[in-house]
Design a protein around this ligand. Structure first.
Ligand code: ADP
Length: 323
């Protein structure tokens, strides 16, 4: 099971290049594809799902080229598009039966798989209610269930947690994690926490290009020694945000505790902390904008004067570890 993307580029009308020279090999497990809105994630997902074709380059599945033999992939593909819609008057069983029929899944398999999927996605109790009355999270669970009707080897889910509350996001993440053994799963999102815990591999993209790809550790490594915590007065927050790459900010009694990504210490009193994926994500995006963390700020931020015996001001490293 190997999906290979060879120097893929996609140009829409009016010379909009949504993808440029994108190259990546993807194997079993979850790949978390991270990028800001407009980065080209959905375009890439649509190309991989054989819905649209690249302008240049090609994609292969186990060595077979998708553009020439799209059906070879379609039989083993499950896809949840970003703009997935349901028929509000159908219930979950009717909807899944309908999609199974369209995709040519045989009746015996359909009869076996639908109850199992409803159970897996915790939808059995509500499966006879019209989908129009489902919450956003329930609809997304139906969306992932429909992508699994044919027990796919390649599962592509595009922004599956958009608009969901934190509890549903965790639930969707856990489900994808369960589904990732014996499959290639591609999870695209602009939310770092969606992929941090579940993705064995991560790819960060922006402006149609792949910025970096690797394990969480590999992505964090270049950022080690470049993340700092410091406390500033509330009045200095805006200036810090303007001049620095601020990846976190917590208000406290004596000011604001900032997490800053920078090549060098942002000022006296700043303490070095271990990077998170959120820090690394900002670092790579800033680098790509040619506004590296080092050049994002030149002046140093004066530390907020500590109150006597203020124990919280001494515990930045410990606090950062619990973040
Ligand atoms: P993402 O999923 O990361 O938000 P998209 O792939 O949706 O990114 O979009 C990448 C770029 O391509 C954006 O500039 C977007 O406006 C443009 N784009 C996407 N789809 C179309 C389309 N059908 N026609 C023209 N431009 C498009």
């Amino acid at each position: 099971m190997k999906l290979s993307i060879h120097r893929v580029a996609k140009c829409y009308a009016h010379d909009v290049w949504a993808l440029n020279d994108f190259q990546l090999d993807i194997g079993p497990g979850i790949l978390g594809l991270l990028g800001p809105n407009g980065a080209g994630k959905s375009t890439l997902m649509r190309i991989l799902a054989t819905i649209t074709r690249p302008t240049r380059g090609h994609v292969t599945w186990d060595g077979i080229e998708l553009a020439t033999y799209p059906d070879r992939l379609r039989t083993v593909l499950g896809y949840l598009p970003q703009d997935f819609g349901v028929y509000p008057n159908l219930n979950a069983i009717e909807f899944l039966e309908y999609l199974a029929a369209i995709r040519g899944v045989d009746r015996r398999t359909t009869r076996q798989r639908i109850p199992a999927l409803l159970e897996l996605f915790n939808l059995t109790d509500v499966c006879r209610r019209p989908l129009g009355g489902y919450s956003g999270g329930m609809k997304q669970r139906v969306g992932i269930a429909q992508a699994l009707l044919n027990d796919p080897r390649l599962l592509i889910v595009d922004e599956p947690t958009a608009g969901l509350d934190p509890e549903e996001r965790v639930r969707i993440r856990n489900l994808l994690s369960e589904l990732s053994s014996q499959r290639v799963v591609i999870l695209s999102t602009h939310i770092v926490s969606d992929v941090e815990a579940v993705a064995a591999n991560l790819a960060i993209m922006a402006k149609g290009r792949l910025l970096i790809h690797g394990s969480l550790d590999a992505l964090l490594q270049p950022v080690v020694g470049k993340v700092w915590e410091t406390v500033v007065a509330s009045a200095q927050l805006e200036e810090a945000r303007k001049n620095r790459l601020v990846s976190g900010c917590t208000r406290r009694a004596d000011g604001v505790r900032l997490r800053i990504v920078a090549e060098a210490s942002p000022g006296p009193g700043a303490e070095q902390v271990f990077p998170t994926l959120e820090d690394a994500y900002l670092y790579y995006l800033a680098d790509q904008r040619e506004s590296t963390p080092a050049s994002a700020g030149t002046g140093s931020i004066p530390p907020q004067p500590r109150r006597d015996e203020d124990s919280t001001a001494h515990s930045l490293s410990a606090a950062s570890n619990s973040r």
